[in-house]
Design a protein around this ligand. Sequence first.
Ligand code: TZP
Ligand code: MG
Length: 218
Amino acid sequence: MKNLQQALKVYFIMGSPNCQKPPKEVLTEAIAGGITLFQFREKGEGALTGTAKYKLAKELQQICQQHQIPFIVNDDLELAVELDADGVHIGQEDEPIHIVREKIGHEKILGVSVHTMEEAAAAKQEGADYFGIGPVFPTATKKDAKGSQGTRLIEKLRSEGFTIPIVGIGGITSNNAASVIKAGADGVSVITAISHAESPLEAANALKMEVYRNEENL
Ligand code: TZP
Ligand code: MG
C-alpha cells in the first residue's frame, strides 16, 4: 500500500469488549474525528465468536469502506481472507510471519508486533509492512502485555536506520502521544483513549492534532 505511513497516523483498534456503546457508533464517531486506519480486534472477556464475530466484522468493515478507511484484522487470518480485509496484524505468538505473508499476498498490509531489535530485523525480513511497538505506557487493556517499555525501541530502530513505518501502542492518549511521535513513530495506535471516551470523535480529533503538531516540529 502506497500511503501506509499516512494511514498509520491515528490508528484505532477495537472490538466489542472495548466498547461502552455500540461498536458501530464508536467507529463512526472515531472516523468523524479523524482516525486514519481501523483494526478489528475481537479479544478478551465477552469477545464474540463464530457468526456473531463475523457479522460485527463485516458491519465495521462496511463503515470503513464507506469512508475509505483501511480495515485490518487482528490475528484471525481466516477472517481477514474471508472478508478480503485490507490487511492483518499479528504478534510473535501467531503464525510465522512469512507464512502469513504468503497467505495474504503482497497487496495486503501486514503489521507485526515487535519487542526487540532481533524481532524487528526478523519481521522486516519476513515481510512485515509496519511494526507495532509497545506497550509504550502502562495499559490495562491487554492482560498479557509485557511491562511498559517507553519509547526506547522506537528510538533505537530509527537510530540504526530502520525506515519501516512504526506505530506505538499501549496507554497512549492525546496527553502523551507527542513523545511517541518525537521518538520516531509514524503514528499512534490506541484502544481505550478512543473507545472509552465520552466522545470518540473528540478523542480521535485530539490525537490527530497531537500527531500532526509534533510531526511538524521534527
Ligand atoms: N498491545 C500492546 S498494548 C495493547 C496491545 C493490543 C493494548 C493497547 O490498549 P490501550 O487501551 O490503548 O492501552
Ligand atoms: Mg496476536
